[in-house]
Design a protein around this ligand. Sequence first.
Ligand code: KIV
Ligand code: ZN
Length: 512
Amino acid sequence: MSDQLIIFDTTLRDGEQSPGASMTKDEKLRIARQLERLKVDVIEAGFAASSNGDFDAVKAIADAIKDSTICSLARANDRDIGRAADALAGANRARIHTFIATSALHMEKKLRMTPEQVLEQAKQAVRYARSRVADVEFSPEDGYRSDPDFLCRVLEAVIAEGATTINVPDTVGYAVPELYGNFIKTLRERIPNSDKAIWSVHCHNDLGMAVANSLAGVKIGGARQVECTINGLGERAGNCSLEEIVMAVKTRRDYFGLSLNIDATQIVPASRMVSQTTGFVVQPNKAVVGANAFAHASGIHQDGVLKARDTYEIMRAEDVGWSANKIVLGKLSGRNAFKQRLQDLGISLDSESEINTAFAKFKELADRKSDIFDEDILALVSDESVSAEKEQFGLVSLAQHSETGERPQATVVFTVDGKEVRGQSDGNGPVDASLKAIESHVKSGAEMVLYSVNAISGSTESQGEVTVRLQHSGRVVNGVGSDPDIVVASAKAYLSALNKLQSKADRVAAQG
Ligand code: KIV
Ligand code: ZN
């Protein structure tokens, strides 16, 4: 059996299914470039048949990324598989990932199909996918809760049809490590042609065991592919986290005995990019990528680490891409230095006019903030006003007044389809007044379900990054805005969420 563990990243597909995490094509492309730098083996770029936007994003990624295999999800029908194959046509290496549910509960209640119908549809789907690409992955959705006898029949049949990877999802995060590991082992032992496919694990984190389950699938079950996401992003409690899997396998090579292609120094930049793009803040004590992951507060630990690092450290911060906040640019930096830094960060803006807008914003920021960090540049290019895609709402200016004992007042000038409008309101605080000022004009009726502020680079001089989550008619969107003034950042985040609410087309969900 191979000692190579394949890392299959599904941040842009399963991760994006997280409520509010939807990303634009440009954002997905930027993340895909970072995943390529991370040397991820397979990038699941999206679900091409779910919407035209998803199709375009998968296509753009397939055309641009050359080192990783690019994969699209597809339900087990000819239309979905055809759309996936079309979107992947430009890829150096393309994979179609087709799935159908196999648990009694899903077949009866969701699909309303008999087991025999599901078996036939799975076979037909893999056969057709193989006629379009050489690399085909099959997933029995809710596989872990499926009847093992039936699952063996389905998996044996799809391998015979040419499936090259068999992925066994714990769709609802119900598994526990030993049982999941043994489940994969039993399937591989019972299915006569199991050695013709690579076995893969796909675990959700509802009971907080996605990483442990995936590792058991590898160690006990013999799986050689792990499906995971940056920061564990994903529906409900999320998916298995890429950074934890990678660092567990690397740090405990003595136990797992497996090699990886991953360049771990790209982990923290990837984590920051995903967090800044989606507005999903990383908890400080998150393993590997949390702000405290390498911080030693207690005197005893600090003393030990100063004497010998390995007293309290099992990994080195710099090996996963943590560096002391580097000042990269300042007020006197020119356009060329700025352009070069964008390139180093893997950011390609489409046109000279986008570079000019971003550079003007950079100069504006450098006038207010002496040191500019990579995080500031990432936040700046995530700002919608830099993108050539014209948005419905955009901030023009904001004025607010707050004083102890007085009720704060705000006036916000913003554009609606290019036309300037003005909203005014009071509120509990300056942020509340500003968002109410916008709402007094827009009247979206959206409910705010989350508001959070994060200091991008630590100090009070840093930019505040605000996430606003809005919910309306069953849709959930996140807006992100950044500015050294957190009231302005809040207004930007609110307008960005309103833009997403307007543009978010209905999509087909992969599950449920
Ligand atoms: O969790 C799941 O079952 C999935 C499948 C579509 C692979 O994401
Ligand atoms: Zn999933």
